[in-house]
Design a protein around this ligand. Structure first.
Ligand code: PMP
Length: 433
């Protein structure tokens, strides 16, 4: 009899993994706070909140309790023609936190489906009003997910290459990175001139392009873009799948922006990383375009597990913890630690750039080449951190921290120390080569 983890290679296909070239996956048996514990009792510090999902720590007793309570009461019910209290309560609680113009929550399964729903809402919004608008504007380098609509609005490259001619056309403009804001606005102005009445919506990751490499831009730049969209009648879609639930220092990244989006996508932190769930919120203006005596104006979209009561219970319990435990104070504490660390390492000769906002800090390592997800350095960095029992999953040559908020100052110190050791080791390696 083989142990269960030895069967992994035989039975399982892992995401974003070239199995032939990768080390075998690490068998995790439990979690506790910011730590993941493997089959031999080895403890890994989860510095990326398990793909940006975890908020309050792993196997959180209160969340587990609330989940169990809900499972004993109602595990699932079809959400067309039926409703349940966790879904209604969670929608109400989210709307209290979302930009003030948001008025309805549409549930789905994950970040990609939250984006698909947003894209379909935008296209059908115009269709229901008798206008044919087929174009989206997106930011160059963006990532919105792996389903076809989400892929279409994401950066085109190695990830999407096999499907290139099956993706719909999207107009990409440069993100308004500091110092380049005017060039972005110029591109937007140009699109208004040439595609003014063709564009359905502008979709963006607010303030941080995550998968691209944690590239950041200012709330003022985003507000200027959103204002221009609004003045020209284009809808705006904020993809808060990564940035939502405190990651950028405010509950939503959009809270820092003086303009309201028409549609907001959420997932990941929505259930504090307990269960897969997505949600797309819409303003009343959007909702009204679907409210009709004409059944063909229905948003014909839904998943078997739409508004799963367990996911909703986890979401509600997580929002409860945000309120009871002043979780946003932890966000500020992590942000302060990051700021101090940034001051310390930004002038290191191997640090090309170090940026941070909220709980996210990214260290771009100088390779002499353009930064890339496929940087040869990536595997070396990943293996170094894993050998130190630190789960950091660099985006190419960009190392970033995005931890659960329960992480202590001491644990953050361990992460910073590990990154400094990594930089020093690389310096020696370069010196000796
Ligand atoms: N949008 C953004 C901004 C994301 O970062 C991600 C995932 N990293 C997604 C959408 C897709 O989410 P999921 O992986 O849950 O489909």
């Amino acid at each position: 009899m083989t142990a269960w983890f030895e069967d992994d290679k035989q039975y399982v296909w892992h995401p974003f993994t070239q199995a032939k070239l990768s080390d075998p996956p690490i068998p995790i048996v439990s979690g506790e706070g910011a730590w993941l514990i493997d089959k031999d009792g080895g403890r890994y510090l989860d510095a990326v909140a398990s793909w940006w999902t975890n908020i309050h720590g792993h196997a959180h007793p209160y969340l587990a309790e609330k989940l169990a309570e809900q499972a004993r009461k109602l595990e699932h019910v079809i959400f067309a023609g039926f409703t349940h209290q966790p879904a209604v309560d969670l929608a109400g609680r989210l709307l209290k936190r979302l930009p003030s113009n948001q008025s309805k929550i549409f549930y789905s399964d994950n970040g990609s489906t939250a984006v698909e729903v947003a894209l379909k809402m935008a296209i059908q919004y115009w269709h229901n009003r008798g206008e044919r608008r087929r174009k989206f504007i997106a930011l160059r380098g963006a990532y919105h997910g792996d389903t076809f609509g989400a892929m279409s609005t994401s950066a085109r490259g190695t990830f999407t290459q096999p499907f290139a001619d099956m993706l719909f056309d999207v107009i990409f403009i440069d993100p308004p990175y500091p110092g380049t804001e005017e060039a972005t606005m110029e591109q937007l102005r140009h699109q208004i001139e040439v595609n003014g009445d063709q564009v359905a919506a502008f979709i963006f990751e607010p303030l941080v392009l995550g998968t691209a490499g944690m590239y950041m831009y200012t709330p003022a730049a985003l507000a200027a873009m959103m204002r221009m969209c609004r003045e020209n009648g284009w809808l705006t879609i904020a993809d808060e799948v990564m940035t939502g639930f405190g990651r950028t220092g405010t509950f939503f990244a959009c809270d820092q922006v003086d303009e309201n989006p028409d549609i907001v996508c959420m997932s990941k932190g929505l259930t504090a990383g307990m269960l897969p769930m997505g949600a797309t919120s819409a303003s009343d203006q959007i909702y009204q375009a679907f409210w009709s005596d004409d059944r063909s104006k229905t948003l014909f979209h839904g998943h078997s597990f739409t508004a799963n009561p367990l996911g909703c219970a986890a979401g509600l319990a997580s929002l409860g913890l945000f309120d009871q435990n002043n979780v946003m104070d932890d966000v500020q504490r992590i942000a302060l630690n990051h700021a101090t660390f940034r001051t310390k390492i930004r002038h290191h000769p191997l640090v090309k750039d170090c940026r941070h906002t909220g709980v996210i800090i990214a260290i771009e390592i100088e390779t002499g080449l353009e930064s890339s997800y496929f940087s040869a350095l990536r595997d070396q960095l990943y293996r170094f951190f894993i050998s130190q029992y630190v789960l950091l999953r660099p985006l190419g040559n960009i190392v970033y921290i995005l931890p659960p908020y329960c992480i202590s100052d001491f644990e953050l110190g361990l992460l910073y120390q590990s990154i400094e050791e990594c930089l020093d080791k690389l310096s020696v390696q370069i010196h000796n080569s």
